[in-house]
Design a protein around this ligand. Sequence first.
Ligand code: ARG
Length: 620
Amino acid sequence: DPSSLIPAASAPPPAAPPPRSVPSLLGGVLAVCEAAQRDAFPSAAAAVNIAPTGRAGADYQNNSALALYGTMKAAGALPEGVKSPRDVAERLAERMRAHDREAIFAKVEVAGAGFINIFLSERWLAERVKAIVTHGVLPPPSRQLEVVVDFSSPNVAKEMHVGHLRSTIIGDTICRLLEFCGHHVRRVNHVGDWGTQFGMLIAHLKNVFPNYSSEPPPIANLQQFYKDAKLLFDKDEAFKKTAHEEVVKLQAGDGNSRYAWEQICNVSRREFEKIYSRLEVDLQEVGESFYNEYIPGVVAHLEEIGLAKPTDEDAEGRCAKVIFPPGSKHENPLIVTKSDGGYGYDSTDMAAIWYRIFELRADWLVYVTDAGQGPHFDLIFEAARAAGWVTQQRLDHCPFGMVCDEHGKKYKTRSGEVVRLVDLLDEAVHRMRDGMEARRVEAEASGAYGGRAPNMAAEEMDHASRVLGYGAVKYADLKGNRNSNYNFSYERMLDPKGNTAVYLLYAGARISSILRNAPVTPAQLVAMGAAVELGCEEETALAREILRFQEVVEDATATLLPNTLCEYAYGLCGQFTKFYQVCRVIDSPQQNSRILMLSALEGVLRKTYRLLGLGYLERI
Ligand code: ARG
């Protein structure tokens, strides 16, 4: 019966799938302006130029008319009746209104010599806020890329220092941003697990723990172990000889040496893990050793294409192979083979970049290290380009400044030693916990709880102090522009009134508590079809700030600058405070609209904190 193929009239239309991304405000404005320009001046190929703030209280400004006029005039292609940039602006503005299908604009106004002021519609802003409650906090749209982020990357048996901590924290946030935007991200820990130092470490291991092959060596302090081995290496000729033999055996793949090497790496790995698990950072270890088998082929290729060249012979008649990338401003070359035939840091990074481009097929490579390695990565990128490996790929070295103490000196303990990272993190948590305990005692004494028990159990307090303490360390690291040095200070990073994670988490908890105490939930309001209404200045300002989220994510991702996200989080909390000073929520006539607004705000804050690697506390 053919009629059975026709759906019954009563069948509901298939529901539209929920959106997976949402254009930023700027993206939405840009799309309309581009359509308008194509329509008004189809033959003029000039980029649309939108500034994020306009005059006279406008939200955005379209500044395209002047350049457009210039381009068309130079080409002798000015249309009939267009005599000035202002005429161009008038035509653009008219088309912008026509193309504004979603009614994004409240007003589009030509000003001055040909600027176009754009005022967003409050109705539209209100709907976008509501959409956050309905669909969740969505990323801006982007084409999925394959990204490799090389970060953290400490060295086996040497200390993992504050620089590695910075790389771990900054790299993790960059990965979170890229993942949120829908990219496929490989979080690569390029651990320094290879090199000649392993000769002396293995030799020392075999001396001190001859049972290493049947039981894991009980090395309590690998740094000390390294120092002891180095001391022997420097003064004991026989030991030095054994160490050299061990390097040769290791590189030749000798089973025992390889096993000993693994044992040493394991000890280090366990130490690194302590940091990663405290910080909840996910990393895939692909250490230097992994690229070893690729190096000879890569070097041979670089020689074949004439990029790697032998140096002059040294006194013993040996020569290294080096690359001076054409046009480089650096005087030092990359050393792809040392004069003794061995490979080093440069060789490994050439093999690694080759592997990431050709085997992993990455579109985007990001390396997060201290600024001191800038010249190294310049050379690696220049050499890869000169070799013709780089077509569409984006290559970024993402440098960061030093960690200093309050006086601007390199961060060390009182006795001048390197600070153990585990201790540093634990210290932040302890201080937070002590502060909470002191406040609790104080509040209890002053009767702040009205004679009732304090509102937090010990485990909840432990959990909160971990979220606050680790969050504080991370945020302090992220909030400055990463290119500058930053001064480490517990007092400053734990200050609940400063621009700190502690402040942000308290603000979040305050918002959550308002929502928790509301007589109706956001979900109920959505089901009821309640709307967001922007009645006063503070409400509109808060809505705008909430809706800037996608723009900020786009910006932070494109520039790989997490501080943009910190500034946003801090500004958003400030905007909330202004709102809350004048806008009552519960039991106000605008209650339902304001609950929806706070629910959107809570969603955006949670997401922003997540991107920064911070936890979230419903209550503190
Ligand atoms: N292990 C190096 C260090 O501690 C950082 C490695 C960075 N990544 C790279 N592909 N070179 O300085």
